[in-house]
Write a protein that binds this ligand. Structure first.
Ligand SMILES: Cc1cc2nc3c(=O)[nH]c(=O)nc-3n(C[C@H](O)[C@H](O)[C@H](O)COP(=O)(O)O)c2cc1C
Ligand code: SF4
Length: 519
């Protein structure tokens, strides 16, 4: 029987030569007449080890990494097909501490299975959630999702079940499920990783959502820079449809659900749910006024659930294992797990799925291993470009939506961009404001004009021009943007700016005393 050798096909592995490694393995195996079968799996999320090659042995999967094509010959010479020792040996994958310490619920199959094999998906618990859901009525599914405590993983952390209930109760026969796969936040890649590594779990989650609220069609709005995710989704949808998991009568239930993939327009604002709906309808991505809520008048004016990839991909396990199982993970009102993404100046960058409640320090040091440069970590931007810069003094804060909000920070999509003590926080704050000026959809004045004026004022502060007066002006401007912007782009950009000013005044040429006087 062939020995299975896993070489990730995930973009993170491809970018560092995984295809070359796969080709070299195939050629070397042929030359040695070794019977191997290469599976292009998703990544296990330990990105500093990519390309990480795994070999199936009777003891479990043995990992080697990071492997280059030049290492392949010596791997064969070291009998790696039987788990032999090599300088790149990492031991059993599941025993690598970074991986072993995680709680993989949503990402349980990523890296384990062949992403587009329906048989593999089913062999690892796939479609158990949908089977349960089809035996329930829509209201009971909505109640289960509400009871699980699942909150939106796209940014705003709105309870998924409440949104579903509104759509379930809305009048009309035509309803939609829209999956927000635009993943525009800096330092995030969990949506991509799951779409490439386990597309069926998203398809299953969307189908359950459709059955629950009475929607007959779903759209996945995929970031244009994610061609591999798009390809994986299209293939998986075809397989699911052919096997009766999608179509006129899902698994013979009489319930229709069809799924479509749309390539996103390539603007940060198109991740905002109403701009996304405009874009899906073929228009320019401009934010809509609310009300009406998308849940009542969304895509093409019909009741629509808009949820993030991870929100939807977390639903199957809730139905399959039960509400209590999922709810038992987490703390307070933050239930379940979150895939944290460690990026920037971090030694061990990658994906860590853990229950809410662990501290930032645990994430940054126990998992991340500290900064890549070996210097002290000075700040972390969490929750994308609209998230605050969190200083070292707050690293013992537990990751929990409410604990973060109390400190003016946000968990958002779980992306963490790490900076060491050489960072210039004034430059970072200016960048946050400039980002808003570039990405503003232009619909409202505080954001469109305010962000441009904000950059100008910050340039004056940095240049030392009437510093205190300009800090006062910047604070006034920030208050106006927070209070007067139509959406969170203009409404939250002041948070990274103010956090930098409050926690790192010295980078702006200010002393802490002067800042409090200015405030
Ligand atoms: C400027 C802006 C960009 C956003 N980008 C994304 C995004 O890329 N992906 C996402 O899921 N949500 C994004 N959101 C949040 C969405 O508007 C919306 O809250 C989310 O898709 C709802 O899904 P959830 O409840 O499952 O989180 C963005 C919001 C704003 C204001
Ligand atoms: S805050 Fe900015 S991005 Fe949002 S609606 Fe206003 S102009 Fe558009």
């Amino acid at each position: 029987m062939s020995i299975r050798v896993y070489v990730p096909g995930d973009m993170s592995a491809l970018s560092v030569g995984a295809d070359d490694v796969a080709r070299a393995l195939t050629a070397e195996a042929a030359a040695r007449k070794a019977d191997i079968r290469i599976v292009r799996n998703g990544t296990r999320g330990m990105l500093w080890l990519e390309p990480m090659v795994e070999v199936e042995t009777p003891e479990g999967r043995v990992a080697y990494g990071p492997v280059t094509a030049a290492d392949v010959k010596s791997l064969f010479e070291s009998d790696f097909l039987n788990g032999g020792k090599h300088q790149l040996s990492l031991g059993l994958t599941e025993a690598i501490p970074y991986f072993a310490k995680q709680e993989r619920l949503t990402f349980a199959r990523v890296g384990l299975t062949d992403p587009v094999s329906l048989d593999d998906y089913r062999a690892h618990g796939g479609y158990e959630g949908l089977t349960q859901a089809l035996a329930m009525d829509g209201a009971a599914i909505v109640a289960a999702v509400t009871e699980s405590g699942l909150r939106g993983r796209g940014g705003a952390a709105f309870p998924a079940g409440i949104k579903w209930k509104t759509v379930h109760g809305a009048a009309g026969h035509t309803k939609y499920i829209v999956c927000n796969a635009d993943e525009g936040d800096s330092g995030t890649f969990s949506d991509r990783m799951i779409m490439e590594g386990d597309p069926f779990v998203l398809i299953e989650g969307m189908t359950i959502a459709g059955v629950a609220v009475g929607a007959t069609a779903g759209y996945i709005y995929v970031r244009s820079e994610y061609p591999h995710a798009e390809k994986a989704l299209l293939r998986a949808i075809d397989f699911a449809r052919a096997a009766g998991y999608l179509g006129e009568s899902v698994l013979g239930s009489g319930k229709k659900f069809e799924l479509h993939v749309r390539r996103a327009a390539g603007a940060y604002i198109c991740g905002e749910e109403t701009a996304l709906l405009e874009s899906l309808e073929g228009k320019r991505g401009v934010v809509r006024f609310k009300p009406p809520l998308p849940a009542l008048q969304g895509l093409f004016g019909k009741p629509t659930v808009v949820n993030n990839v991870i929100t939807l991909a977390s639903v199957p396990i809730i139905l399959a294992r039960g509400v209590q199982y999922y709810k038992d993970f987490g703390m307070g009102r933050s239930r379940g797990t979150l895939p944290f993404q460690l990026t920037g100046n971090i030694k061990h960058g990658g994906l860590v799925e853990k229950a809410f409640g662990l501290t930032l320090r645990e994430l940054l040091y126990d998992f991340g291993g500290g900064s890549a440069t070996g210097r002290p970590i000075r700040a972390v931007q969490i929750g994308g470009p609209l998230g605050a810069y969190v200083p070292e003094s707050q690293f013992d804060m537990p990751v929990d939506y409410e604990a973060f909000a109390a400190k003016g920070a946000m968990v958002g999509h779980g992306g963490m961009v790490v900076f060491d003590d050489t960072v210039d926080m004034a430059k970072m704050a200016r960048y946050a404001m400039e980002f808003c000026a570039i990405e503003s959809c232009g619909k409202c004045t505080p954001c469109r004009i305010g962000s441009t004026r904000g950059v100008e004022v910050m340039d004056k502060i940095i240049a030392g021009e009437a510093r205190d007066a300009n800090v006062t002006l910047l604070r006034d401007l920030s208050e106006t943007m927070i209070a007067g912007s139509l959406c969170a782009l203009g409404g939250m950009t002041p948070f990274p700016v103010m956090s930098a000013l409050d926690h790192f005044p010295e980078d702006f040429g200010l002393t802490p005393k002067k800042i409090s006087e200015a405030a």
